[in-house]
Every structure is written in C-alpha cells, then in structure tokens.
Write a protein that binds this ligand. Structure first.
Ligand code: SAH
Length: 450
C-alpha cells in the first residue's frame, strides 16, 4: 500500500467503526418555543426592535447594513439570536446537523482524522462557533466516545462560542444534561461551564478571543452567514455604501439609501480589482478567519467552515427567513433571521498565506468523500423499520441532492502548512525515486485505495 492511502484508509476505518445501532435520523417532534421564556407582559415591556432602531436613526442618521444586521441579530436585549430558539421545523430554518446525525458523525470523523494527521497531540480542544442547539457537537462527541480507543489517553475539551444565552442553555441541556452552571459575574470570559456524561469539560464564551490557546480543531457550521455584512454599490463616482434609513414617506418603515460620498468602509473594504457592480463584505467574518489562521499557525490545528456561499461571484444575497419562508430584511426587524451568502474568496484572502486553504467544495462532494454512501448502506442494512428507512433516505437526499443542500452548501478549511507538506524521506534506505505525495485531507480528497 502506498503512503498516499494511509490517512484515507484510516478515515475509512474510522467511519466503519462508528456504531451502526443508533437511529441516524433526527426528525424530532416539532420543538415548542419553550425557551423563549419571557412572559407576554415582559415582551410588551421590552422596547420593540423597530422602535429602538428608529430612535437610533433619528438621533444619528443612517446606519450601515452591518450595524443594522448586528443590532437586529445580536442586540443583548432584543436581538433575534439572543431571544429566540429559531432552529427546527417549528422555527425559522433548519440546518444539516438538525436533519440527520450522519452529518455530525462524518464531521466527527473529519476532526479525528485531522487530529491524527497532526500527529495525535495530547490535548485536543474542539471549538465550535455558533453551536445552535448543540446537536452537531453532541454527534461529534458520540463519535469520539465510540472511537475512544483511537483517542487513547488524549485529553479532549469542548469550547463553545455562543452569543445567545437562550441557545447556550439549550446547548447545555443537550451536552451536559443540565449539569452546567452559569458564571457568577457577568464579565467572566467563561460564562457557563459544564461536563458531558463522559466527563469532558465544556465551556461557553461570547467571543473566539476568549477561548484558551492550544491545539484546536475549529468548526463553524452556518455561523459565518449570520455575521454582519457591509453592502456596496458601484456608481459613476466610485464605490458607495448602502445604508439603512427611516422611510420619510412612511414613518414606521425602513429603507435602503446609498451614501453620497465614500464611507470609511467603502474606502477600505473594496478590493482594487473588484469586478462586480454590487458587493457584500463580511468584515467581522474576515477578522474571525484571521484569528483562526493565527491560532492555527501558532498552536497547530485546523478549521472547518461549512456554509452556503460562493467563491467571489455573487452580488446581492442579503435576505431574511421567517417560518421557513423568505422575509423582507427591513420588515419587522428582530422577528426574522437575517443572513447573507459567505464569500469564500474573501475569507481566503483574509486568511493570508500563513495557513493552507482548501475548498470550497460542495457539501455533496465533501460528504461523499467522507463516505456518506458507505455509512448509509450500513445503516440501511441494520434498519428494518420502513418509516425509519424512508426518513434515512429522505434526509440523505436533503443533504446531498444538488437541487437541495448538496450544492448550495460548501466546505472550506484552514490547515497548518505542515499538514500538506510532503513527508520527509527516510535517509539511509533505498526508497522510491519520486518523493511520496502529501497525505490527503479527508473530505477534500476522494476516498480511494490507490
Ligand atoms: N451551527 C448551528 C446553528 C446555526 S445558527 C447549526 O448549524 O445548526 C447560528 C448560530 O450562531 C447560533 O447559535 C447563533 O446564536 C450563533 N451566533 C450568531 N452570531 C454570533 C456571534 N456574533 N457570536 C457568536 N455566536 C453567534
């Protein structure tokens, strides 16, 4: 067997060792909004997001789309993410980890295979950005416990970066069975701590900056699309920023306006050789990718970013979702999710040359490379219940069908350069004439036994 197939084979072996007894479908009963626990009276007393925004706009003038998005989504009192449990059939949108646990299991295998590719460091920090309900982390940890013999004596810890107190409580229920505790002081970097049933420590942070340094694998699924974007329009006079203002004709409504002169953002965030007429730039996403890159360079590790997006081709993708339907981004702010496609070409540029970037590859390609077909065959072979079989097949279709999530979602990775370096040839021995190829990275390379 050639060296090239070594990690590939390990990945295959890992997948085949993930237990097949668990039902791999997560069509849970519709979730109630129990976690939005404020009483109707409390809700009435809370200033509405629209009122908050209109008084702000009256006082300061138009705000950037980025500021609008940040306020609407993460304002500590009235923000959409801060107050709601928006995920699932009864919420505003559904995500791949919520559709099937196979998704999280395959990501768990990816994490282990990258940890092995890095030489099995003794400490492994699994860091998830925007963990939603905690389902992805829970599926990954199940794979870890099933493959405990691979992890051996390594010490694993889970670090969750979550801005929403409501969702952090839900994550704690999923991951620590309510054994978690909130920090006593509001300004503590770790605002919640707990332990999984298997005894792994779990910590919650508001910002990536607060997560301790050390070898880490970072996962961000549908996180970057929720970060604020700036919008720019090419005009005869050059690039101008799109802002949000009060509609002078209808006092309680908002509208987009274009600035008459350049703003700091329009002067600094548009690349010189930009060809598009309209542009969305997620500067906050760029800063986070820079932080990830710096950590990977300094402490080792890898990042896996999965989201809907494009490679620098799309223009106007800013949209809202409410009850699984498209929603006007400026209507009843705070009641709907706001999102924009991730521009992977921008993330690659912001990552810089210190790390290697792989992808974006489509979700279909990534999951197929990770062995989703083999995993499905095993699950179907072990499942005789017709309705579970039907659900398994339909969730597989949802994740991989090019017309569904298969081609809309992409996977992108940041890796330490050493991960792709050609292995050194042993000296003193007569070996093949050509030097061995670098080890393949699971998901981005087709699994083969060449
Ligand atoms: N990854 C999950 C949830 C996606 S929704 C899944 O795929 O199911 C986006 C998640 O990111 C939510 O948990 C939201 O609360 C969190 N989030 C949004 N903006 C954030 C920010 N600025 N900082 C930290 N978390 C954020």
């Amino acid at each position: 067997m050639k060296m090239r197939s070594l990690v590939v084979l390990k990945t295959q072996q890992l997948i085949s060792r993930v237990s097949s007894s668990s039902a791999a479908v997560r069509w849970r009963a519709a979730q109630t909004r129990l976690l939005c626990s404020s009483s109707p009276d409390e809700a009435k007393r809370r200033p509405s997001m629209l009122r908050h925004l209109t008084s702000k706009l009256k006082a300061t003038g138009p705000i950037s789309v980025a500021e609008y998005m940040k306020e609407v989504l993460t304002n500590p009192v009235t923000g959409y993410y801060v107050r709601n449990n928006m995920l699932g059939p009864d919420g505003d949108f559904i995500t791949s980890p919520e559709i099937s646990q196979i998704f999280g299991e395959l990501l768990g295998v990816w994490i282990l295979s990258e940890w092995m590719g890095a030489g099995r460091p003794k400490q492994l920090q699994l860091v998830e950005l925007g963990p939603g309900k905690g389902s992805l982390a829970s599926d990954v940890l199940r794979v870890f416990s099933q493959l405990q013999s691979v992890l051996c004596e390594s010490s694993v810890s889970l670090h969750l970066v979550e801005v929403s107190p409501v969702l952090s409580r839900l994550q704690a229920q999923t991951l620590t069975r309510d054994s978690s505790r909130e920090a006593d002081a509001e300004d503590e970097l770790v605002y919640r701590r707990g332990e999984t049933a298997a005894g792994l420590p779990v910590s919650w942070y508001r910002r990536l900056d607060d997560v301790p340094t050390g070898f880490s694998i970072f996962i961000a699924h549908e996180f970057f699309d929720a970060l604020p974007i700036h919008k720019f329009q090419r005009t005869d006079k050059g690039w101008r920023e799109v802002m949000v203002d009060i509609d002078p004709e209808k006092n309680d409504q908002l509208r987009f306006v274009v600035t008459p002169s350049p703003t700091l953002a329009s002067s600094t965030l548009v690349h010189d050789d930009e060809r598009r007429e309209h542009l969305e730039v997620c500067a906050e996403g760029g800063v986070i990718v820079q932080q990830l890159a710096r950590r990977i360079v300094e402490d080792g590790g890898a990042a896996l970013i999965a989201d809907y997006g494009h490679d620098g081709t799309k223009t106007d993708t800013f949209r809202g979702f409410k009850g699984h339907q498209l929603h006007d981004v400026l209507a009843s702010p705070g009641s709907a999710d706001l999102t924009a496609d991730v521009d992977f070409s921008y993330l690659r540029r912001m990552a810089g040359g210190g790390v290697a970037c792989l992808g974006p590859v489509t979700q279909r390609t990534f999951l197929k490379n990770m062995g989703i077909d083999t995993r499905m065959q095993v699950l179907l072979r072990n499942c005789s219940d017709p309705s579970t079989r039907k659900q398994l097949i339909s969730s597989y279709d949802m994740l991989t069908n090019p017309a569904k999530m298969g081609e809309r979602f992409h996977f992108f990775s940041l890796l330490h350069h050493s991960r792709l370096a050609k292995p050194k040839r042993a000296t003193g021995m007569k070996l093949e004439k050509t030097s061995p190829a670098p080890l393949p990275v699971a998901g981005f390379t087709e699994l083969s036994f060449s």
